[in-house]
Design a protein around this ligand. Structure first.
Ligand code: URA
Ligand code: SF4
Length: 194
């Protein structure tokens, strides 16, 4: 078994924080272990908790559409993870101690996957990985640097479901990601619309 599988086994049995007592399934994340891009969300919701897979509910369907127009698939191009890997009850925000308990797993995933590009989906991912005081409305769409990796913060798909007006800026952000993917990873990368 490789290190990534071992990490997955460890996380799937984790009881480091109180979310372990209310979860149905741990959501380790999914995608390619060799992904050039890692997407980071907040934490599992109801359907993710039921299925043990990230972004499978309504926001997940929207995310899959966005990835599809960019020519990215879960199987080949991206790995999708979350700040916390167990569902907070009633989808409340994860607490600081829950984020702190879980973040080392995310760091390990990043270390093992070595993505060139990290996309942060929403405020919790931005605050959790970069800076608790950062504002998503202020920094989205701008490349940030984190441990020598390029980071693109953008709005969470669930925000787009609540506010149609956010679709355009998010599309602009993903177009930047596709351009950077061509520049750094595969200049032949095909996508339908950009
Ligand atoms: N929202 C998230 O932030 N993560 C998921 O996995 C699903 C919905
Ligand atoms: Fe462990 Fe993270 Fe789940 Fe808490 S949220 S129990 S730290 S895997």
């Amino acid at each position: 078994m490789d290190d990534f599988e071992l990490l997955k086994q460890e996380v799937n049995q984790c009881t480091k924080c109180a979310l372990s007592t209310t979860r149905t399934n741990v959501v380790f994340g999914e995608g390619s272990q060799n992904a050039g891009i890692m997407l980071i969300g907040e934490g599992p919701g109801y359907y993710e908790d039921q299925q043990g897979r990230p972004f499978v509910g309504k926001s997940g369907q929207l995310l899959d559409k966005i990835l599809d127009v960019c020519g990215f698939t879960r199987k080949e191009h991206v790995f999708i993870g979350n700040i916390v890997k167990c569902r907070p009850p009633n989808n409340r925000d994860p607490l600081p101690e829950e984020r702190e308990s879980c973040l080392p797993y995310l760091y390990k995933q990043i270390e093992m996957i070595e993505p060139k590009i990290i996309i942060l989906l929403g405020a919790t991912a931005l605050k959790g990985l970069i800076d608790p005081n950062a504002k998503i409305t202020k920094v989205r769409g701008e490349w940030l640097n984190w441990n020598d990796r390029l980071v693109m913060p953008t709005f969470h798909p669930s925000a787009l479901l609540r506010n149609e007006k956010l679709k355009q800026p998010v599309w602009e952000d993903f177009k930047k990601v596709v351009a950077k993917y061509r520049e750094l990873i595969n200049k032949e990368h095909y996508s339908k619309y950009c």
